[in-house]
Design a protein around this ligand. Structure first.
Ligand code: BGC
Length: 859
């Protein structure tokens, strides 16, 4: 994984030109257009002025918007321009720096349908409900030009024109609440369209739309059982092909597939879909289908291939391929088997204690790939309509010894670009950093998921909110989270403003419980928007996400009102401090020991506070006033109900104090007492944590921020169970769902819910960025335009080094403890940014504010 080094460029440069956080987007939602760029300079400190010009032609003759030279916000410039549908706009940005240097860079964005209709029709095949998969094709004549394919599917699809893929994106159209909105994908096919005869082909399967999601569900598939598609080809704006009932329909060589099932592929059926094979005609699909929309999802791509590191013959006599890394994606295989042979690969995460293949923890997910050969072949074959979370593959039915070179692992995720890296002298900690990054790569597949392997792979909101602070350091996430919150907003009205446990909402079992929204899970509606704003500084995106925040807090307020207006949330079902180790009454329970209604009330306060801050930023003053009063009332009610006057909490757990400090529930004079009690509890517990999903997220951060960095370091660097590095020593290559996932303590855990790629506990990495390396964005000047540098140098680690490509440019922060106990620091502040230095115990001679450039000193 790369360490991002600052590119020492002699000249000023402008990089990362984006529209609504996408690079050169085509067909994406560009409503409330926000454009951004990153100017970089070696010598200059800040811009004198910037200028953005937008034109409908690449030579900038037809300028439709010109900002003129002024102080523009490079994180979120909102041009005043009415965008036309299906139109390409070119834009160029010029920046002059304070040393007189200038730079100019150009880019483009292209609008999608913007709610204008397609004239194409939704189609399927006569037997699609039974087969679940089909190939549809249309031959058409065209003259080369500026050609686009607009395409959507209730299902999952791959599209080619003249046999060539229309995109390098995979698993299209991604994972959405298909009952509420159908995103249209737009592809530029100008280079693959030819003069004369052309043929367009769509290979369609069930995907997230039409196969079981949610494992335990009864009313599956969640959205529909008949895959359907719609497509329209336009050249220079004129429709030249469109789906209707004249397309040819062929059987697919995919015999069956499903997100949890995997895929069954029969090469001998490939001839059935040859262009001259007998075909049927497509049929129009006339049932109601959700409205089309421009897409929000960043592309899902293959980002890396990994070789087999060893072929293992297990005691049971199984043949296992080991990729040495837990990943999410596919595998590709060169089939060497004679015609008629059927072989199978099954995905698994771990080997059992005897060294045999193990996958009981995948529950109902079969996660297999079965392939029937039509003879040896040099092609790399692969699944089409599914993905797997795996490190190991068990191979059955393969005749002879497999050659490792005939197999490769393909890593697939939303391709957001990795932005953060941290290095220390502690190799276990460095490996843990990579594990959290692999966890994000494995669980950022269009939706932030809990895990990628078992029969869930769902947009669990609690996991998503806990990890979001880390995720925004690791990758460029605003478009990804923007999509998630957009879809959450679509769901919320169906849940009285609440937030269903998973988004897209495909599990329905809470209908039989007392509620559909849980604290700390639904708070994804406030935590993620506020984190995205803090990290990326895009006010227009915050405005788009604000309805999620408001609806969620409104929902909690109504729960409070119906329970007597106590300014607490003390009703309904809550996951609480999920998977904590302190449920001493029932150690095998997944519910932690902290009072779930205390946590719910704390999050009531926290979400109200975040929504208050957002209202202030957005100038929603009436809302702000309401939330300000409400917040005081909630905090007072929490103190009355849950705290002694001296600051002891009635729920006497580590998490209870973590939450009190993180969510500012106790008055300032009580903070020290709370922090001391927390530190003492950890010391008395032999320096071991007991926290679950809720407490772990803030644990080290509140210790570090409240005078107990030594305790935070002891937790972080602990190698015995339970700890983060215990997993690493155990050979983990991603983050475990449970502290006791494997090893001697695993007896206490439940194999039916035991994933080895669950990023929630990886949330501590946010403290490694913020606390250990000291880089803290300032929410009042967001997007890393201004930061607080508060590194907590410690002999326990000796040295740390961070590099982060922020939306304003590259930050670096390094410290090293010298032999004479002095500490050397080095910081890089990007162009246009400032930092406030807050090094504990630093002498007054140190500057308080740092400007762009490199700063080194020893304290
Ligand atoms: C998931 C989670 C989720 C939890 C809710 C589990 O099955 O994998 O990570 O947050 O349920 O409690």
């Amino acid at each position: 994984m790369p360490f991002i080094f600052f590119q020492n460029s002699p000249e000023m440069k402008i990089n990362f030109l984006r529209a609504n956080h996408h690079t050169e987007p085509i067909g994406y939602d560009l409503s409330s257009l926000s454009i951004s760029w990153i100017p970089e300079s070696n010598d200059a400190k800040r811009p004198n002025w910037s200028r953005v010009e937008i034109s409908t032609d690449r030579f900038f003759k037809d300028i439709v918007s010109d900002s003129g030279k002024q102080a523009l916000n490079s994180l979120d410039y909102q041009p005043n321009i009415e965008l036309a549908p299906c139109t390409r706009y070119y834009w160029r940005v010029t920046v002059e720096a304070d040393n007189g240097e200038t730079a100019t860079e150009t880019s483009f964005f292209e609008t999608g349908l913007i709610h204008t209709p397609l004239s194409a029709k939704w189609i399927t095949t006569p037997d699609a409900e039974q087969t679940g998969h089909f190939i549809i094709r249309k031959q058409f004549t065209a003259t080369k030009g500026d050609a686009r394919l607009y395409c959507a599917a209730a299902g999952i699809f791959e599209a080619t024109v003249n046999g060539k893929p229309v995109t390098d994106e995979v698993l299209l159209p991604g994972y959405h609440p298909f009952n509420l909105e159908m995103p249209v994908m737009t592809f530029d096919i100008s280079n693959i369209l030819v003069d004369g005869d052309n043929v367009i082909e769509l290979h369609v399967g069930r995907g997230w739309y039409g196969t079981s999601m949610g494992g335990w569900e009864t009313d599956n598939p969640p959205f529909g059982s008949i895959p359907v598609a719609i497509a329209e080809v336009r050249v220079d704006g004129k429709i030249i092909a469109q789906t209707d009932d004249t397309w040819d329909a062929y059987p697919s060589p995919v015999v069956d597939s499903g997100i949890y099932l995997g895929e069954i592929y029969d090469t001998t059926r490939e001839s059935l879909s040859a262009i001259d094979a007998p075909s049927k005609k497509t049929v129009l699909f006339t049932e109601t289908i959700a409205p089309l929309s421009d897409r929000f999802s960043p592309p899902i791509r293959r980002t890396e291939t990994l070789p087999v590191v060893s072929v293992i013959n297990t005691p049971k006599g199984e043949t296992i391929l080991d990729f040495g890394q837990e990943m999410t994606g596919w595998f590709e295989v060169r089939n060497r088997m004679p015609a008629g042979t059927t072989w199978t690969l099954e995905a698994g995460e771990i080997l059992d204690t005897d060294g045999n293949f193990f996958r009981d923890n995948l529950r109902k997910a079969k996660a297999l790939y079965t392939f029937t050969s039509s003879g040896p072949d040099e092609r790399w074959i692969r699944p089409h309509f599914t993905f797997y979370g795996f490190r190991y593959l068990r191979l059955t039915g393969y005749v002879g010894e497999p050659d490792p070179k005939d197999f490769r692992g393909v890593v697939i995720h939303s391709d957001l670009g990795i932005t953060g890296s941290i290095q220390t002298p502690n190799s276990l900690l460095n490996r843990f950093f990579l594990n959290t990054l692999w966890g994000q790569r494995g669980n950022f597949l269009d939706v932030p998921t809990d895990c990628p392997q078992r029969d869930e792979r769902l947009g669990w909101t609690g996991d998503a909110q806990a990890f979001s602070g880390t995720a925004c350091f690791h990758m460029y996430t605003p478009a990804f989270y923007g999509k998630f919150i957009h879809e959450m907003i679509l769901e919320q009205p169906n849940y009285d403003g609440g937030v269903p446990f998973v988004v897209p909402s495909v599990v329905k079992w809470y209908k039989t419980k007392s509620s559909h929204s849980s604290s700390a899970w639904g708070d994804a509606a406030t935590v993620i928007p506020w984190n995205v704003y803090t990290y990326f500084g895009d006010k227009s995106l915050l405005r788009k996400m604000y309805p999620a925040m408001k609806m969620w807090v409104g929902y909690i307020e109504r729960q409070d009102e119906t329970n007597g207006n106590h300014r607490l949330w003390q009703t309904g079902f809550h996951f609480g401090d999920w998977l904590a180790l302190d449920n001493f009454r029932n150690p095998s329970s997944a519910f932690g020991g902290t009072d779930a209604y205390y946590i719910a009330s704390a999050y009531y306060a926290f979400s109200t506070e975040l929504t208050l801050r957002a209202a202030e930023v957005l100038g929603e003053f009436a809302d702000a006033e309401h939330y300000r009063i409400r917040l005081q009332e909630i905090k007072q009610a929490i103190r009355n109900e849950y705290f002694s006057p001296n600051g002891r909490c009635t729920s006497d757990t580590q998490t209870a104090y973590v939450v009190a400090l993180a969510m500012d529930l106790v008055p300032t004079e009580m903070r020290k007492r709370c922090a001391d009690i927390l530190a003492e509890k950890i010391r008395n517990n032999k320096n071991a944590l007991e926290t679950g999903f809720v407490g772990t997220y803030f644990l080290c951060r509140v210790l570090g921020d409240n005078g107990h960095a030594d305790v935070a370091y002891d937790l972080l660097l602990r190698e015995e169970y339970p700890s983060w590095l215990y997993e690493v020593k155990f050979g983990a290559t991603t983050v475990w769902e449970r502290w006791n996932g494997q090893g001697p303590a695993a007896r206490a855990s439940d194999m039916s819910m035991n994933s080895f790629n669950h990023y929630a506990y990886g949330s501590v990495e946010e403290w490694v960025y913020r606390g250990v390396c000291g880089l803290n964005p300032d929410p009042s000047i967001p997007g890393f335009r201004h930061v607080f540098l508060r590194p907590l140098a410690s002999k326990k680690l000796g040295e740390a080094r961070l590099s982060f490509l922020s939306p304003c440019g590259v930050y670096e922060s390094e410290w090293k403890i010298n032999a004479d106990d002095t500490v050397s620091y080095r910081f890089r502040i990007p162009f246009g940014c400032t930092a406030t230095l807050e090094i504990p115990g630093a002498p007054d001679t140190l500057p308080k504010t740092l400007e762009a450039g490199v700063h080194t000193f020893t304290v």
